[in-house]
Write a protein of this length. Structure first.
Length: 239
């Protein structure tokens, strides 16, 4: 009985620690931060469970390796109640932790509405066989081909669509992923924290040149972004 209580108490302590644990490493965006924090919390639960299951498996194999036939397990209601409660606790933790991330608009933005009060940057990512056209609809709708430039610490909305077949908009290090559907537009949102250049890919096999569908997202300071934006507007006004 003491062992059972100890095991249950250890599980509860692990779950409680996972709830408050936060990775200290710098994150590239609000989206990647939320996703990586969730992965870290789930590891605090998954690792002890994995170790426990493997330990029981190894113990069983060694102890009963010479047995001629399997023997039925004796009924143990306390054990059954314990692992039922433990399973319920783990599932409840996973559900609560996951909902807290999935309900955040930086992970699953609902609808195509954009809150312009936050002074966001809006980029339309239009896929085609086999490339990308990136437009800035709020700044004159000029295009920058397969290159995106956005400022750090400012909301960014990507309106993802396709000209022809299903493509996929994916920037792994920023935690961004959205299918590009022909005839439809889906919006995703994030806030970039770290300056740098991030590689983007198409994640849906879309034909013979699928592997060439690269794009980049460059995160710069607000001043650099404004200078770049003024330059783009000037170039497009002269055309």
């Amino acid at each position: 009985m003491r062992k059972t209580r100890f095991a249950l108490a250890s599980l509860l302590a692990t779950v409680a620690m996972a709830l408050v644990a936060t990775p200290v490493a710098a994150q590239a965006s609000a989206t990647s931060e939320l996703i990586n924090q969730l992965n870290g919390k789930l590891l605090y639960v998954a690792i002890p469970i994995t170790v426990l299951v493997e330990a029981i498996l190894i113990y069983t194999v060694i102890k009963y390796r010479n047995s001629e036939r399997a023997l039925p397990t004796k009924e143990n209601r306390r054990l059954e109640i314990t692992w039922t409660i433990a399973t319920a606790i783990v599932l409840l933790f996973v559900g609560v932790a996951s909902y807290g991330v999935l309900a955040d608009e930086n992970v699953t933005h609902q609808g195509n509405d954009i809150d312009m009060n936050d002074d966001p940057v809006v980029v339309t990512a239009e896929a085609y066989q086999w490339g990308w056209n990136m437009y800035y609809p709020e700044e004159g709708n000029f295009t920058t081909g397969n290159k995106v430039v956005v400022p750090k610490d400012r909301p960014v909305y990507f309106q993802v669509t396709s000209q022809d077949v299903i493509h996929g908009f994916h920037v792994p290090k920023l935690g961004l992923k959205q299918d590009a559907m022909p005839g439809a537009t889906d919006t995703i949102k994030t806030v970039a924290y770290e300056e740098g250049t991030y590689q983007g890919y198409c994640t849906e096999y879309c034909g013979v040149a699928h592997s060439q569908m690269y794009f980049t997202v460059e995160v710069v300071s607000q001043d650099e972004y404004q200078d770049w934006l003024d330059e783009q507007k000037q170039q497009n006004s002269g055309q």
